[in-house]
Every structure is written in structure tokens, then in C-alpha cells.
Write a protein that binds this ligand. Structure first.
Ligand SMILES: *Cc1c(COP(=O)(O)O)cnc(C)c1O
Ligand code: SF4
Length: 444
């Protein structure tokens, strides 16, 4: 293993590093040699949970991120392999029974869907509320919730290099389109941007848009750049590739073309920001990720990082302080700490707001100002991104001080408000207004 400085000196973006992507699905639970150390019962439990939560892991995660000596408690293992307690005991038992009696596929699928529906699959009204219209027609694949920024879900980027077990998603794989399709889809986005000069940022997300071939990804970006819209400043790319497949930037056949796309956008005067998703310090330690970060930065693109705070994975101050410190050292800007949302396995991964704030605060105190740029803990809720500023006492009442980082109504931003303290609350829905008030100001 190279030290950080060694890896910088060997770094040149085009250097070939042979590493072929290999993904494993649920059948890997029976075939991966690394899993042989688990008991039959543990494997069976993972199979049961995998019926409900889609499961996919790749050779980089298995070979370079998971510390197998530490399994089953290793955070990278918990993050990517299904865990028994992700299902409520009754649901687990029902699914386990169905599998044991070899129930027909259709029955297992129906049961899986029934369990998923109990788990609030479309939180925060994202799907229904935020789809904009263009000339009276819904603009599918776009969400416009906050004035300056739209989210764009290219239809060819709706899957991931590996699935995070906290992400509640069942495969929304859309049939692979072609380049023309990508360009057409991006052209509709351009029409919408043209009519909405208040938008400065396009956040391309998924799934993971960097799952796309560089040529396809480039077709989207080039269509956006060529439109030459002066108000459109920033291209953000939400991706977990740096954590789950850093070879995307340094070893894939079309890695150099991907870096070229970033470079072109930068040269066209756009701010390009990779919104990386690092959940644990281990994801920052491999030679591959260090080289990938340096390769991206050599194009003029920036990298920002965000992650939810997750029980079993990163619910300690030292995990966050280590991540932020290491990120700053690599030239990554810490951006958000999220609270895990009210969907899927929140009961397994969720950290109460009060505890998340204490961890955030303790981590903040361990690092220098440059590493204190991650805002949080923040909830992406229906009314907006709600930031837990802290716990304090006002007129003898213990309260949470909160504020909007983003609001459905931009005037809500940066206006402190208060909720009654509740040690157990995990989400805004659990909170009551402080001082005996009936409702929060944004509910009126
Ligand atoms: C977080 C988020 C954004 C981006 O918000 P910033 O504060 O600009 O980072 C945009 N749209 C949605 C729906 C979001 O959740
Ligand atoms: S990379 Fe993102 S979208 Fe994909 S499984 Fe993980 S959290 Fe979900």
C-alpha cells in the first residue's frame, strides 16, 4: 500500500490500472469465498432480507473495502450486505417462512412488495410534488424543488455500482436507451432551463449517473454546455463511484473520456462539482480512491462530500472527524451530514436527532476550520432541508434550535425556529413546536 504522497507522485490520470468491474447479486451469498466464514444461519438471514432490499456488491468493495477479519461487524460489510435487523421481526419471520417452504417466486415477490409498501417507499413527497412542467407537460426525470437547483435523473443512470443497504430502492432499471435518446432527454432539460433563468445549478443524479458510459454521459453534458445559457453555472454530479468504484476514473476503458467531459465543462466556464458520497473513512484509504480524486481534480472539477449519519456505520465523532480531515487533505470539500430519512431501514440505521447533533458537534471540535464545512445534521423533509442547529434552553424550556438550509419557499431559509426537545426524535414528524405553539411557522 502506498502512502498518500507516494500515490500522488505516481498519479497521472491515464496510467492504466488493470481492474475489471464485477458485480455480485444475491446468488453471491452462496458463492463468494469470503462469505465462507459466516454460518449457514447468517447466510440465510441475508437471503431473506435481500428479497426486500435489493442487493448488489462489486469486487472492489469485497476485496479492498471490507475488512473480512472484522465481519460481521465491519462497517463496509454492514453497509453493503443485507442485515437481519433491517426487517422488523414479524416481516423477517414471514419472509423466512416463505423461503423455507419454497414458496413460488410470485408469492415471494408479492410479500416483498407488501413489506416495502409499509416502509414509506417515496419519502418527502419527492415523486408527486416536485416534477415540473414544460409547455403543460410533466417533465419526467426532473425535480424542481428549490428555486436555484434542479435535480436531473438521466434515464440511463438509474442504477448503482453497488447498492447501499440503507438506500431504499428497488430496481428502477429503465431499458438502456441510445445516445440519441440521451441527447433528446437533455434537450428537453435545456428547454426548461431556458425558460427558468432563476436556475443556476443542475444536479445530475440517479441511481448513479457515472454508471453510464462516458460517451452517453458526455452527450448529456455537452447538450447542456452547448445550449450556452449564461444563468446556468454549475453542474453537480451526485455519485458514489469514488467510494464503490474509483476505477471508473482511472482504469475503465473510457475513464480518460470521462475526465475529458469534466475538463470540457470546466473549460466552457461551468463549475463542475462531483457530489461524492463517502460513508466511512475506509472508503478514503485505498490507493485507487486517492488516485481517482487526484485525477478528477486535475480536470479542474471540484469534489464535495456528503453522507447520512448511520448507526452501525459512522455514528461516532471520530469517524466523522477522520473523514473530514482526510477529505480536506485530499482536496475534497465536506458539504453535508444528512439524517437518514424516514424510509426503508430507518429503524436500523437511524440515529436520533439529539445524538446526531452531539456527534456532529464533537467531530467539529476535533478538526480545523477548513474541515468544518459540512452542514448538518440536516433532514431532507417535505418542506425543505432542515438543519438541527443545536440543543439549548429558552425561558426554562429545553428545545431544539432548527433552521431551513433550503425551503420549498426560499423565504424560509436561515430563520431559526424551535421544537420541544425530544431525546428519541429521529425526524421532523416526531417534533412538536416549542413554547406551547400549535404549529411550526411553515405549516401555516
Ligand atoms: C439538497 C437538494 C438540492 C440541493 O440543495 P443545495 O442546498 O443547493 O445543496 C436540490 N434539490 C433537492 C430536491 C435537494 O434535496
Ligand atoms: S449509491 Fe446512492 S442511490 Fe445508489 S444505492 Fe447507494 S444511496 Fe442508493
Amino acid at each position: 500500500m502506498l502512502s498518500y504522497n507516494d500515490s500522488l507522485s505516481v498519479l497521472s490520470p491515464g496510467t492504466p490500472v488493470l481492474h475489471k468491474y464485477k458485480a455480485y447479486g444475491v446468488s453471491a451469498l452462496r458463492t463468494l469465498p469470503q462469505l465462507q466464514r459466516l454460518t449457514e444461519e447468517q447466510i440465510f438471514e441475508m437471503e431473506v432480507v435481500a428479497q426486500v432490499f435489493p442487493f448488489k456488491v462489486n469486487n472492489y468493495v469485497v476485496e479492498e473495502l471490507i475488512n473480512w477479519d472484522n465481519v460481521p461487524n465491519d462497517p463496509m460489510f454492514v453497509l453493503t450486505f443485507p442485515q437481519r435487523d433491517m426487517l422488523k421481526p414479524a416481516d423477517f419471520d414471514r419472509m423466512a417462512a416463505a423461503i423455507k417452504r419454497a414458496a413460488p417466486r410470485a408469492e415471494i415477490q408479492a410479500l416483498a412488495n407488501e413489506i416495502r409498501l409499509e416502509l414509506n417507499p417515496h419519502p418527502a413527497g419527492q415523486l408527486e410534488h416536485n416534477i415540473p412542467e414544460l409547455h403543460g407537460e410533466k417533465l419526467e426525470g426532473v425535480q424542481h424543488k428549490y428555486r436555484e437547483t434542479i435535480l436531473f435523473f438521466p434515464s440511463q443512470g438509474q442504477t448503482c455500482h453497488a447498492y447501499c443497504s440503507f438506500c431504499f430502492r428497488w430496481p428502477q432499471f429503465v431499458g438502456m436507451g441510445d445516445l440519441k435518446f440521451a441527447t433528446r432527454e437533455a434537450a428537453r432539460l435545456v428547454d426548461y432551463l431556458r425558460e427558468n433563468p432563476q436556475i443556476t445549478d443542475v444536479l445530475i443524479t440517479g441511481g448513479d449517473p457515472l454508471i453510464m458510459k462516458s460517451e452517453t454521459f458526455g452527450a448529456y453534458i455537452r447538450t447542456l454546455i452547448e445550449a450556452d445559457l449564461p444563468h446556468f453555472q454549475t453542474i453537480r454530479i451526485g455519485s458514489k463511484a469514488l467510494s464503490y468504484w474509483p476505477y471508473r476514473f482511472i482504469a475503465d476503458d473510457d475513464a480518460p473520456e470521462l475526465l475529458d467531459v469534466f475538463r470540457e465543462a470546466v473549460e466552457a466556464g461551468k463549475h463542475v462539482s462531483i457530489m461524492a458520497h463517502f460513508n466511512h473513512p475506509a472508503e478514503l484509504e485505498t490507493e485507487a480512491v486517492r488516485r481517482a480524486v487526484a485525477a478528477i481534480r486535475s480536470t479542474g472539477a471540484e469534489i464535495r462530500s456528503q453522507s447520512p449519519i448511520l448507526r452501525h456505520i459512522n455514528d461516532t465523532a471520530s469517524a466523522w472527524a477522520d473523514m473530514w480531515r482526510e477529505q480536506v487533505r485530499m482536496g475534497i470539500i465536506p458539504y453535508y451530514m444528512f439524517v437518514v430519512r424516514d424510509t426503508g431501514a430507518q429503524h436500523y440505521f437511524g440515529v436520533p436527532l439529539a445524538r446526531a447533533w452531539r456527534i456532529y458537534t464533537k467531530a467539529l471540535r476535533k478538526v480545523s476550520g477548513l474541515a468544518r464545512t459540512a452542514r448538518g445534521p440536516s433532514m431532507s423533509a417535505t418542506p425543505g432541508k432542515i438543519h438541527v442547529l443545536g440543543v439549548t434552553e429558552v425561558a426554562g424550556e429545553k428545545v431544539f434550535a432548527l433552521q431551513f438550509l433550503q425551503g420549498r419557499d426560499p423565504d424560509w431559509c436561515n430563520r431559526p425556529f424551535f421544537a420541544k426537545y425530544d431525546e428519541e426524535a429521529v425526524w421532523i414528524d416526531d417534533l412538536k413546536p416549542a413554547f406551547g405553539e400549535e404549529s411550526f411557522f411553515f405549516e401555516e
